[in-house]
Design a binder for this molecule. Structure first.
Ligand SMILES: Cc1cc2nc3c(=O)[nH]c(=O)nc-3n(C[C@H](O)[C@H](O)[C@H](O)COP(=O)(O)OP(=O)(O)OC[C@H]3O[C@@H](n4cnc5c(N)ncnc54)[C@H](O)[C@@H]3O)c2cc1C
Length: 339
């Protein structure tokens, strides 16, 4: 039987533009929650071609001890190299919990890393509870309709954590900076070489500026019904149309309109979700909206758990009726009604 008390909580930091990503500080929040249940040291690993500044920043903001692994071959992300380098350094840290953000990058390397370490793997974590004995992790299943609760049973478990599920840890200006160690590596990936990252054209999406977003989901049924969503959006000033991933994958809306994990994160005053089930990957992009209205035929749709107004109706029936009612209200009462 292993003794967890000699182990550690290790977060794998993700960096963007030479800075720790917001998700890195969300992992720190989860690490802190675990630490309150099991008082284990919190450590962080930063990988990249220039890691000193980022490692220092994390150590100063969190007080965690940080290992920076610097390699000229890590100018661009390489899943293969991540797995190789982490497999080399993690065993010496004896981690019980390895925390990785559930981003495109994290999902790419975390399960393979778990296999290399002979560890368990729990993906898509969005909650944690502690009953005095066991730490239980939860994740959504079936597009958020049910919640799975899982106990890690292995000596080491690699977790991917849903962005937005835990509040970002505020940097502790009073924390004593943790120790930083930088290791230089010349290891190259054996089978693949990253040539670079080509960024998509950054056109104005209209999503960030909109006060009202009307979002289309797969439930709109066809490209023709995008017109219905546009008409609904047109009722509101400073509004724009957004969409869930299947709608963009189907080519009904451009990708720049996608909201969610791999799309935009938005927080308009009003978000109207039309035919959207509310999968976690969509919710993380819009749950900060001021007021949420959801229209779905499924009374158990997860979007209803976060909506302020839930309309369980066929959107092709409800939206035309709603628009007609708005027009009628705008016209004012009919003469015979005003008596
Ligand atoms: C790595 C990864 C990244 C992802 N990133 C994103 C992302 O950025 N954004 C995103 O949105 N998703 C993302 N997804 C996909 C996500 O997991 C869901 O599959 C997706 O959000 C579901 O889209 P939806 O709600 O439009 O469709 P569905 O889940 O199919 O939901 C359709 C809803 O419409 C309802 N409906 C059907 N007909 C009608 C009708 N006539 N009137 C009213 N309601 C109706 C249904 O009951 C259902 O509730 C990602 C997935 C992965 C694995």
């Amino acid at each position: 039987m292993f003794n967890i008390m000699n182990q550690a909580i290790v977060i794998i930091a993700e960096c963007r533009g030479g800075k720790p990503s917001p998700g890195t500080y969300e992992l720190m929040t989860l690490a802190e929650k675990i630490r309150r249940a099991k008082p284990l040291p919190v450590k962080a690993i930063v990988l990249g071609d220039e890691v000193e500044k980022t490692s220092q920043e994390i150590a100063e903001a969190t007080g965690a001890s940080v290992l920076g692994i610097q390699s000229p071959h890590l100018k661009y992300y390489s899943g293969e190299l991540y797995k190789d380098l982490l497999h080399q350094c993690l065993p010496e840290m004896n981690p019980a919990f390895v925390l990785v953000s559930q981003t495109t990058q994290g999902m790419d390397f975390a399960p393979g890393l778990a296999v290399r370490l002979g560890a368990g793997s729990i993906t898509g974590v969005n909650g944690m509870s502690w009953d005095g004995n066991n730490i239980c992790f939860s994740r959504d299943a079936y597009n958020g309709k049910i919640v799975l609760e899982m106990l890690p049973l292995m000596e080491t478990t690699v977790f991917t954590v849903q962005p937005g599920a835990f509040k970002s840890m505020e940097p502790e200006t009073t924390a004593t900076p943790g120790p930083v160690e930088i290791r230089l590596s010349t290891t190259e990936s054996r089978n693949t070489k990253s040539l670079g990252i080509i960024r998509g054209e950054q056109k104005d999406t209209g999503l960030a500026e909109a006060d009202v977003l009307v979002a289309a989901g797969r439930g709109i049924g066809s490209k023709e019904n995008v017109a219905l969503i546009e008409q609904l959006a047109a009722l509101f000033p400073r509004s724009s149309v957004a969409g869930s991933r299947p709608v963009c994958d189907s080519g009904w809306l451009e990708y720049k309109k996608q909201v969610g994990l791999t799309g935009a994160t938005v927080s308009p005053g009003l978000y109207v979700a039309c035919g959207i089930s509310g999968a976690m990957a969509h919710r993380v992009g819009m749950q900060g909206s001021g007021f949420i209205v959801a229209i779905s035929t499924d009374p158990n749709a997860a979007i209803f758990n976060i909506a302020d107004v839930c309309i369980c109706e066929d959107l092709t029936t409800f939206i035309p009726l709603f628009m007609e009612e708005c027009k009628r209200k705008k016209r004012g009462p009919l003469p015979e009604q005003s008596k």
